[in-house]
Design a protein around this ligand. Structure first.
Ligand code: DX5
Ligand code: ZN
Length: 228
């Protein structure tokens, strides 16, 4: 199953003093999805924003809100993120003892269901939930901060995840250190959704964002042709 290449700018790297405008600008610049990094200072060593900020951003774009929860526990907050206007909600497999329950809860809230793994977590932890998810997010950095370097060993993990997905219509997303230099290897290995924070939010204008998104998309599209 070939799913489209999607570029998902993470607003973690945007100007927090004008987030509404940033979301509008990056949408106009060609973003397919908006990636929303929620951090609690507990599951990860950083704090970002929560459902009220997402709710305030919702009227500023029609783009898919791709919510990445780096919080534990996640279950008590899933409804709040759904009500805030997230279109997809992704939980970490490491964030609680009952992954299947979290995924079911997201499904019952009517949202796209995602699961993500830290770099050190093996893919085997999701082999029994493949029929319950719409998206797998492979973390290519340790979550918590933007601007880190892509971990090269994650290319093989993406390849293995793609094989595990088989013919299921599951989006394969990669997050962390994505630049025009790293996106090609991730695409060739099978990823189709690319989170990019610091590679997009530079220059502070629609034109700058458009150029950066175009460069990522061009590099990904070129490598998509060399997939196995
Ligand atoms: C890391 C976040 C990422 C991060 C990506 O915890 O999940 O989404 O914002 O930032 P860059 O693209 O700068 O590595
Ligand atoms: Zn993220």
């Amino acid at each position: 199953m070939t799913l489209p290449i999607r570029i998902a700018p993470s607003i973690l790297a945007a100007d927090f003093a004008k987030l509404g405008q940033e979301v509008k600008d990056v949408t106009e610049a060609g973003a397919d999805w908006i990636h929303l990094d929620v951090m609690d200072g507990h599951f990860v060593p950083n704090i970002s924003y929560g459902p009220d900020v997402i709710k305030a951003l919702r009227p500023h774009t029609a783009a898919f809100f791709d919510c990445h929860l780096m919080i534990t526990p996640a279950d008590p907050y899933l409804e709040a993120f759904a009500k805030a206007g997230c279109d997809g909600i992704t939980v970490h497999a490491e964030s609680g003892p009952h992954l299947h329950r979290s995924l079911q809860t997201i499904r019952n809230l009517g949202k796209k269901v995602g699961v993500t793994l830290n770099p050190a977590t093996p893919l085997s932890v999701i082999e029994n939930v493949l029929d319950d998810i719409d998206l797998i997010l492979i973390m290519s950095v340790n979550p918590g901060f933007g601007g880190q370097k892509f971990i090269p060993a994650m290319v093989e993990k993406i390849r293995a995840a793609k094989a595990m997905i088989g013919t299921r219509p599951i989006e394969l997303e990669v997050d962390g250190g994505i630049t025009p230099d790293t996106i090609g290897a991730a695409t060739a290995a099978g990823a189709n959704v690319f989170v990019a924070g610091s590679a997009v939010f530079q220059g502070n204008s629609v034109e700058s964002y458009r150029g950066r998104i175009d460069r990522l998309r061009t590099a990904a599209t070129r490598s998509a042709g060399s997939r196995d």
